[in-house]
Write a new protein. Structure first.
Length: 135
């Protein structure tokens, strides 16, 4: 299902809270790794109480003080794809953050086992990002 179609399906989107928007987005999303996306969402949003979520760029995104930290890319169907904006600033010895872009890094998780195995690394990355961006 395309992002445009998902946005058409969302009801009363403008009057909903950001969390409710993300809930409805995920509920209506037709994706083979939907449950895995929900599990990653739970890890990210619960890693630090200062983090918030909303829909931006047609997908769930996580932010602090209007600065976006990470966004799902639901176009990927074989793995849960998360873009960490400014991920190049983060220290990750595990290899979870991938890419050589000047600013961003990608995370690709293929199944629930990989998600569980990388839960602590994801939490560490989130908390490091919050420290760097909590102004």
């Amino acid at each position: 299902m395309s992002i445009l179609k998902i946005n058409e399906l969302l009801t009363d989107f403008d009057s909903m809270s950001n969390t409710d928007k993300v809930n409805e987005y995920l509920d209506k999303l037709d994706h083979p790794l939907k449950e895995e996306m929900k599990a990653v969402r739970d890890i990210l949003i619960n890693a630090n109480e200062k983090l918030a979520e909303h829909i931006k760029w047609g997908a769930p995104s996580f932010y602090l003080n209007k600065e976006d930290m990470a966004t799902f890319n639901p176009q990927a169907k074989k793995y849960v794809h998360i873009v960490f904006h400014k991920g190049a600033l983060l220290h990750d010895d595990s290899g979870l953050l991938q890419g050589d872009h000047a600013d961003r890094r990608m995370v690709k998780l293929h199944n629930m086992e990989e998600i569980e195995a990388n839960k602590e690394v994801l939490e560490k990355v989130v908390n490091e990002w919050v420290v760097l961006n909590d102004k």
